[in-house]
Design a protein around this ligand. Structure first.
Ligand code: GLA
Length: 391
């Protein structure tokens, strides 16, 4: 892949000078969904699929970007001084947003760059293609200009970009996983203070299988509408609880505390949203405990519970994701299966015993096709390192 991108770079921008190669991955979240903006825990891993970029520093403040996946967009040329927030959600907006977020934080970016990129990650499928573009921008501008920032900063600027430049109120999970992923590990991240631990996946007899439903139902008003609504509902529930208990985030409560207090959330919908946020956070802590103890079956059951809670309490699943998860639960060798990412379409993640993986893909693909008329796509996830320079 990177050779193709380099070839294209030379064609577009010439082959001279210090040309460097980079990669930033997408992510799959194993458990801990819609907890990252509620001060809870998440447990994602970076994928081996993502965005590749080849770049060269310029000596002025121009940024020229070309994406081989979207040749019709041509070369996008901007000055670092003329980046303007918008919610168009185009690939270059995610690059520009990160540069804008760094400049806004007072980081000096002396020089722009020329860059060609290409993805081997399907866009719009809930595997954080946009975070991967953001972290690609972050690692490129950091490396080319020797900026005094670390990878946690890179994740933060990616989130600022999403929230303030791109108009999505997302949490930090996706950018964190893309920036800080580690081979064969998942990241147990506490989003209340960004402390994190790498947990070895140690899955020799199982594989992590991603099933892409190929649907996206989140297209009203702008593509972030339903996501931002969930975030608002969680905030309203928190505000209701704050009248009776001293907390800053739903993630501070355990299940028992929440059950005692839940009646103070008068709005029934908001109460369900908050129950998911609290229970899912506790489930995630429990799931990591089980994984560390080698109890993969228990981890899988918590994944299934997570799906049910996302379906019934948080209402971010959809018919297609339910079919993928519920049909998966019936198949031999399936340890656990759930929707992953923001929801309203996108992917499920399943843990499947090695010897059952081929049948799983065949049978689930067939069932899904029969019930929806859609051909699902499957990928075996390979937990990988985060954003990095390649040469
Ligand atoms: C999207 C957001 C993340 C997170 C997930 C849900 O991927 O970008 O911050 O909230 O949804 O867990």
């Amino acid at each position: 892949m990177i050779e193709k991108v380099l070839e294209c770079f030379k064609e577009k921008f010439g082959g001279e000078g210090d040309i460097r190669s980079y990669f930033a991955p997408g992510r799959v979240n194993l458990i801990g969904e819609h907890t990252d903006y509620n001060g809870g825990h998440v447990f994602p891993c970076a994928l081996s699929m993502g965005n590749y970029g080849v770049a060269r520093k310029r000596d002025d403040r121009t940024v020229r970007l070309y994406n081989m996946t979207y040749p019709d967009n041509g070369v996008q040329e901007r000055s670092l001084d003329e980046l303007t927030p918008n919610d168009n959600g185009l690939w270059y907006d995610y690059q520009h947003g990160v540069l804008w977020a760094m400049l806004k934080a007072g980081i000096e970016i002396p020089c722009g760059y020329d860059m060609v990129m290409a993805a081997d990650l399907p866009a719009g499928s809930g595997l954080s293609a946009s975070a991967s573009i953001e972290e690609l921008a972050a690692i490129i501008v950091k490396d080319l200009n020797d900026l005094p920032i670390d990878m946690v900063d890179c994740a933060r600027y990616g989130q600022v970009s999403e929230n303030e430049y791109n108009g999505s109120n997302s949490g930090i999970m996706d950018q964190f996983a893309s920036a800080l992923g580690k081979k064969d590990h998942a990241i147990f991240l506490d989003t209340s203070d960004l402390s994190y631990e790498y947990v070895p996946l140690n899955m020799k007899a199982e594989k992590i299988v991603i099933a892409n439903s190929k649907v996206k139902h989140n297209l009203t008003e702008n593509s972030y509408n339903s996501y931002n609504t969930r975030r608002r509902e969680s905030e309203e529930a928190l505000a209701a609880l704050k009248r009776v208990v001293d907390i800053d985030a739903l993630g501070e409560l355990d299940n028992e505390e929440f059950d005692k207090l839940s009646e103070y959330i008068e709005n029934e919908v908001n109460r369900k949203r908050a129950r998911h946020a609290v229970y899912e956070n506790q489930r995630t802590i429990q799931a990591v405990r089980e994984l560390r103890a080698g109890h993969l079956e228990a981890f899988g059951r918590l994944m299934n519970d997570s799906h049910i809670s996302l379906r019934d309490d948080y209402a971010v699943s959809c018919e297609e994701l339910d079919i993928l998860a519920e049909e998966a639960w019936k198949l031999p060798g399936v340890i656990g299966s759930r929707m992953t990412g923001g929801g309203f379409g996108g992917c499920t993640v399943s843990i499947v015993k090695n010897e059952n993986v081929d049948d799983f893909i065949e049978v689930l693909g067939k069932k899904y096709g029969e019930r929806t008329g859609i051909k699902a796509e499957f990928y075996i996830a390979d937990a990988s390192d985060g954003a990095r320079r390649l040469d």
